[in-house]
Design a protein around this ligand. Structure first.
Ligand code: FES
Length: 279
């Protein structure tokens, strides 16, 4: 099902739930508390003719004052009758039913809105969606111009070259991650910038030609395979597709980095390290 159809379904569902909320609350307003007049009473009042000859308020007040006060005869108090449990139960049940429906509707509405927001973001592009990185030949050219590393901020990814002569070893490790291996066959890997240790952004180190994390010193070779530090694995990577020579990075498809000890390219540090010092 396409993203557009899913969005349409969610929007329709949100509208339906919104209508349910409106209907529920409007029904509630008809059942008011003590002191409110029903619709029939208000209509009867408006039809009643008030005679012009009726005494004014002041006249009524004067008449009351001039009347001698007569002690009222004692009234026999009616015995207290407990409210009907069944009637009370019904109104309580109605209250809980309506509260449940309203809460359920509001929750579903909020969930629908967040799904729409998420899908909207995915449909519009940005992290989490498929990002067009341009022609694969141009990407490789840019990597070389940038001394081995190309950073794509929209994808939060580092793109580096994967050496063709390492494909044999690479296939044994990465063939289970087909969209990753597709990129390797085309000569690139797209690495997630987030360190698999505790999530810092991992920068490149141009002198060693590795990635070196400033937070706790994890190191990875140029294709994101772990070389040192506390990280539990190599850098995670994105699936890619190459269509008509154009590279698309699917930032919604993150694949776990290779296990510790995997070193398909055999690349050693090519100069001083940026983190931890020394060679
Ligand atoms: S977050 Fe990178 S080494 Fe700890």
């Amino acid at each position: 099902m396409s993203t557009g159809i899913v969005i349409a379904i969610v929007v329709i569902a949100a509208i339906v739930f919104g209508l349910i909320v409106v209907l529920t609350t409007s029904r509630t307003t008809e059942v008011r508390g003590a002191g409110a007049l029903s619709r029939e009473t208000r209509s009867r009042d408006s039809k009643t003719n008030i005679s012009d000859t009726a005494p004014s308020g002041r006249e009524v007040e004067a008449a009351v004052r001039s009347t001698s006060v007569v002690k009222a005869a004692p009234v026999e108090l009616a015995p207290w009758v407990a409210p009907d449990e069944e009637a009370l139960g019904v109104s309580r049940r109605m209250f809980f039913n309506r509260a449940t429906v309203t809460l359920f509707t509001v929750s579903l509405g909020a969930f629908g809105a967040s799904v729409v927001g998420f899908l909207w973001k995915g449909a519009e592009g940005g992290f989490g969606s498929k990002i067009n990185a341009g022609k694969i030949d141009d990407v490789i050219q840019l990597i070389r111009q940038n001394k081995g590393f190309l950073y794509l901020s929209e994808a939060r990814a580092w793109v580096t070259e994967y050496p063709k002569d390492a494909l044999g070893k690479g296939q044994a490790v990465y063939s289970g991650q087909a969209p990753v291996f597709t990129g390797m066959q085309a000569g690139i890997v797209a690495l997630y910038q987030k360190c698999p240790h505790l999530g810092c952004r991992v920068p490149e180190c141009k002198s060693s030609q590795w990635f070196e994390c400033p937070c706790h010193g994890s190191q990875y070779n140029r294709v994101g395979e772990k070389k040192g530090g506390p990280a539990p694995r190599g850098m995670d990577r994105f699936g890619v597709a190459i269509t008509n020579g154009v590279l698309t990075i699917d930032t919604g498809a993150v694949f776990a980095g290779p296990s510790i000890g995997i070193n398909t390219t055999g690349q050693e540090a090519e100069g001083p390290h940026c983190v931890g010092g020394g060679h």
